[in-house]
Every structure is written in C-alpha cells, then in structure tokens.
Design a protein around this ligand. Structure first.
Ligand code: MN
Length: 158
C-alpha cells in the first residue's frame, strides 16, 4: 500500500456536506440542553492527536452550555450568530476564529435567519464536558449580557 493509497479525498458535496462523512446527531448525552444541531467528524485518525469536526445549527439552534479541561479552536464556516465564552457574549461571522480556553463556559447560537456552521478542532483524547449547576447558572446570570443571551433559548419551547 502506498502513501497515496492511504490518503483520503472526500469531495465537498455543497451545503456543508462531504462525501463519505456521516451527518450525526450532535450528542448522545440526553442530560444536555441543545437545539437543532448536527455533527460531522471530518478528521479522526489514530495518527493524529486532534480531531476536526463540523457542527451546524439550524436557524435559532444552539449548542450545549458546557465547560471542560480540553480547549477548542473554532472557525465559523457559514452563517452568523453569537457565542458565549466565559462572561462575554460575542457576535460571530464567517471565517472568524475563536478559541475556548480550558474550563471556560461556552455556547454557540445561530441567528433566526440562517443556519450557522463551524469547524471545531479538539484533542482526540479529551475529558467529558461538565454541565452548569443551578449555582453556576446564577453566577453566569449575574452579568446582564450573559443573562440576555441565555434567555433567548429558555423563552421558547426547546
Ligand atoms: Mn465544548
């Protein structure tokens, strides 16, 4: 087998899909609150210490509010929205780059107008995300901008 035989080429199919890449549910974890989001694993190989995934939220969709020891490197690929990182809500647009440091609360949310998709780089071996306790949520809500961000999701039926 030559190096060339081991190479993968997965042509883009348009609409943020790739040949041979399965479009999966975002998470199997039923404790976590999220809405209208899918996951595609683009690169995952024992020879790599990292993975690259693509997540896409339908309009109004959002990822889980979580934190963990591993960090994320994120590039917004399409659409617009907001992300909460720590105690800051940021507006994000295509090709913006965002890092999520260790143990920092984070959540992504698409606008109601269009889907938002992002590439997310992580360690292949990583710890399981932690979900906020009532106390964590109260602490986050002490910041009015963060409270407003969190209320967008809870004001409607998920
Ligand atoms: Mn995360």
């Amino acid at each position: 087998m030559t190096d060339s035989d081991r190479a993968l080429h997965r042509p883009a199919l348009g609409d943020a899909r790739w040949e041979g890449v399965e479009c999966r549910p975002y998470k199997e974890d039923e404790r976590a609150l999220f809405k209208a989001i899918t996951r595609q694993v683009l690169f995952s190989d024992p020879a790599l210490q990292g993975e690259l995934r693509y997540f896409e939220m339908a309009p109004g969709g959002f990822s889980t509010l979580e934190r963990h020891e591993h960090m994320h490197g994120v590039m917004i690929l399409r659409g617009h929205g907001q992300c909460l990182i720590g105690d800051t809500v940021r507006e994000v647009a295509p090709h913006d780059l965002v890092t999520i440091p260790a143990w920092t609360w984070h959540q992504f949310r698409a606008t109601r107008e269009e889907p938002m998709g992002f590439l997310c780089m992580v360690n292949a071996e990583r710890d399981k995300p932690q979900l906020p306790t009532e106390g964590d949520l109260a602490a986050l809500r002490a910041n009015p901008a963060v409270a407003a961000f969190l209320d967008i999701g809870t004001a409607e039926k998920v």
